[in-house]
Design a binder for this molecule. Structure first.
Ligand SMILES: Nc1nc2c(ncn2[C@@H]2O[C@H](COP(=O)(O)OP(=O)(O)OP(=O)(O)O)[C@@H](O)[C@H]2O)c(=O)[nH]1
Ligand SMILES: [Mg+2]
Length: 224
């Protein structure tokens, strides 16, 4: 790859919701940025509105699925864990078989399924989902990593359908300037949306839930 080439160019382009069945929403991002906390929040907020389910990816454990079950955000039979055993991005981009199997299992178990969240294992700024696995993808970074993160780019930051900058409550503690994060996100993402949130302060993830509702609405229109 030429050194000045943007990795985002290598992300396969969205194919206008090619899947039948539920809308599949990928939740990716660095380790600890709040992907599981966001999945839990979205399940709590949207669980009564949609027939929904979650797939979690962990490298060596089923920790995230166990967390969701423990917190009873959804009935157990709507939560599936994939143990990747390898780099998280491999299972969401290169060989997506295990994740597709998990989604299909959930679809078979719940024929009316409308919405599936697929949480990637925590990775780094180079991770992104194959659009063979998800219809839209959310990339979650956090304020604690420093306000330089958005301008460092990477396909998740630049090309995801929604960038979430989580843990804004920590900004004063780590000296992060939220205006810088907002400005740099807009610069690298163009028209793609970014939301700065704190799941600590808004455990319902109100704005992200509204974005997901809009994605479901668009999908229904496309499906006729
Ligand atoms: N202060 C603060 N902490 C948060 C917020 N959101 C999540 N956390 C905490 O951040 C830690 C990591 O959150 P997770 O949801 O497990 O992050 P993750 O991205 O799923 O982590 P991995 O799957 O291990 O990559 C947990 O201790 C959460 O309670 C937030 O908005 N503010
Ligand atoms: Mg997690």
């Amino acid at each position: 790859m030429p050194p000045d080439h943007n990795l985002a160019d290598y992300v396969d382009a969205p194919t206008a919701h090619r899947h039948g069945g539920p809308l599949r929403v990928g939740l990716g991002g660095p380790v600890g940025s709040g992907k599981t906390a966001l999945a839990a929040a979205l399940c709590r907020t949207l669980g009564a509105e949609y027939d929904l389910a979650v797939v979690t990816n962990d490298i060596y454990t089923t920790e995230d699925a166990d967390f969701l079950r423990r917190n009873a955000v959804l009935p157990d039979d709507r939560i599936e864990a994939v143990q990747t055993g390898c780099c998280p991005h491999t299972a969401i981009r290169d060989d997506i078989t295990a994740n597709l199997d998990a989604v299909e299992l959930l679809e078979a178990r719940h024929p009316g399924l409308e919405l599936v969240f697929v949480e990637s294992g925590g990775d780094n700024l180079t991770a992104s989902f194959s659009y063979g696995l998800v219809d839209v993808q959310v990339f979650v970074v956090d304020v604690a990593g420093g306000d330089k993160v958005p301008r460092k780019g990477g396909p998740g930051v630049t090309a995801s359908d929604l960038l979430v900058v989580n843990k804004t409550d920590l900004a004063p503690l780590v000296g992060a300037d939220l205006d810088v994060m907002r400005r740099d996100s807009a610069t690298v993402r163009g028209d793609r949306p970014t939301l700065l949130i704190s799941l600590r302060e808004d455990p319902a993830a109100t704005e992200v839930a509204a974005w997901v509702r809009e994605q479901v609405r668009v999908r229904r229109l496309q499906q006729g």
